[in-house]
Write a protein that binds this ligand. Structure first.
Ligand SMILES: Nc1ncnc2c1ncn2[C@@H]1O[C@H](COP(=O)(O)OP(=O)(O)OP(=O)(O)O)[C@@H](O)[C@H]1O
Ligand SMILES: [Mg+2]
Length: 363
């Protein structure tokens, strides 16, 4: 077989394995001599072992795993000397010395004689998985609840109208039908939000980039709110500096702005100021939406972007708690970032940046 020895491949530092580093799961690859040749960024994060320490080391020392009974896992499976017919180990829950639980799968690549050429180990943070599963269970019960309350009201009003049509005057009927109408809108909106959430989670958001006039989009969102009944004096739009040409997805930008402005109106108070400016490096744009209400407590600054987070103490004006999760997903789909902080005069300030982008076919 040409005498070629695959273990001659020199270890590559993590910066040079961008494909592996972009994986959400930890990845360790050992060569024919059990030396670590790939240890990606997620593996560093999950294990706390620096890549420089891991690379070149024996994988058993780099990743000392034991099972729930405290047995050393590598001694149990003996990857390099065990059964030569094994191709993989199915997912197992194993532990690091500090007690961190990991979900571990492993696979072998063997040469013609059955000797191990490559041993690949994938690591997943068990706490993260448990959180995801809990989120999913929460999602089902929250969705069921959110759908049931407007539908209960629709059913109540239509049943009443059908049974006692002649007992109500036109004004009373109108009020009931308006409620039914608003509840139907709520259901539609919730379903649209849920579809967005599932696209974001599956990484299936499709970007349709075109040149977007960002200040124009902000003014349109504000005009829409005013047309729907908000006082025009509540809004102030500021533009600072010259923006570069921005290639963004106009529908998603409208959705981001619409959600942030709606939150500022609904959960905040006072004047809502929307500021559009070039970002710090002048390579993209930054938009801040600021209000003069109570703001977001600093310890909740991360949580606001999670699904179903709706503020402390049963906030009566709260919606489903999906808005900011979706906003974050849409901003990140543009390659941007979003943060929340206290506005200079109190209140919440949500600020997102988006890179200028390029036409779809150019990326
Ligand atoms: N500008 C703001 N000022 C104060 N609190 C805010 C502000 N924006 C958001 N929040 C808090 O963050 C929570 C989550 O916001 P998010 O937009 O995700 O959900 P929501 O507005 O409650 O519902 P949805 O947007 O799905 O209809 C809100 O319920 C509110 O408690
Ligand atoms: Mg909202």
């Amino acid at each position: 077989m040409g005498g070629e020895n695959p273990s001659d491949v020199p270890p590559r530092p993590p910066g040079e394995t961008p494909e592996a580093d972009s994986l959400p799961d930890g990845l360790l690859v050992a060569d024919a001599d059990a030396r670590v040749i790939v240890f990606n960024a997620a593996a560093v994060r999950i294990t706390g072992v620096a890549a420089a320490t891991a690379l070149g080391g024996d994988f058993r020392d780099v990743l000392p795993l034991h099972d729930a009974q405290g047995r050393d896992w590598w001694t149990c499976v003996d990857p390099y000397a065990g059964l030569a017919t094994r191709t993989r180990h199915p997912e197992r829950s194993l532990f690091l010395p500090d007690g961190t639980e990991l979900l571990v799968t492993a696979a072998y690549r063997r040469d013609g004689e059955g000797r191990v050429e490559r041993f690949t180990v994938a690591l997943r943070d068990a706490a993260h998985r448990a959180r995801q599963e809990r989120d999913r269970a929460d999602l089902v019960s929250t969705v069921a609840h959110e759908l049931r309350s407007p539908l209960t009201s629709v059913k109540g009003f239509t049943a009443t109208l059908l049974a006692k049509w002649h007992r109500f005057n036109d004004d009373q009927k109108r009020v009931m039908l308006e409620t039914v109408n608003a509840d139907a809108d709520r259901v539609t909106r919730l379903i649209t939000e849920l579809l967005d959430v599932s696209r974001i989670e599956a990484g299936r958001l499709e970007m349709r980039r075109q040149v977007v006039d960002l200040p124009g989009a902000v003014r349109r969102v504000v005009a829409g709110r005013v047309a729907a009944g908000d006082a025009a004096e509540r809004f102030r739009v500021e533009e600072h500096g010259a923006l570069p040409e921005l290639w963004l997805d106009p529908d998603k930008i409208d959705q981001i702005l619409g959600n942030l402005v709606e939150n500022a109106v609904r959960h905040g108070a006072g004047t809502v100021t929307i500021m559009v400016e070039p970002d710090a490096h002048k390579e993209g744009a930054a938009v801040s939406v600021r209000d003069e209400g109570e703001g977001i407590p600093p310890d909740a600054a991360q949580r606001v972007f999670r699904q179903f987070w709706r503020g402390p103490g049963g906030n009566r004006r709260a919606g489903t708690g999906l808005g900011l999760f979706i906003v974050k997903g849409l901003v990140e789909a543009h390659g941007g970032r979003i943060v929340v902080r206290r506005a200079p005069g109190g209140g919440a300030e949500f600020r997102f940046t988006v890179p200028a982008g390029a036409p779809d076919h150019a990326v």
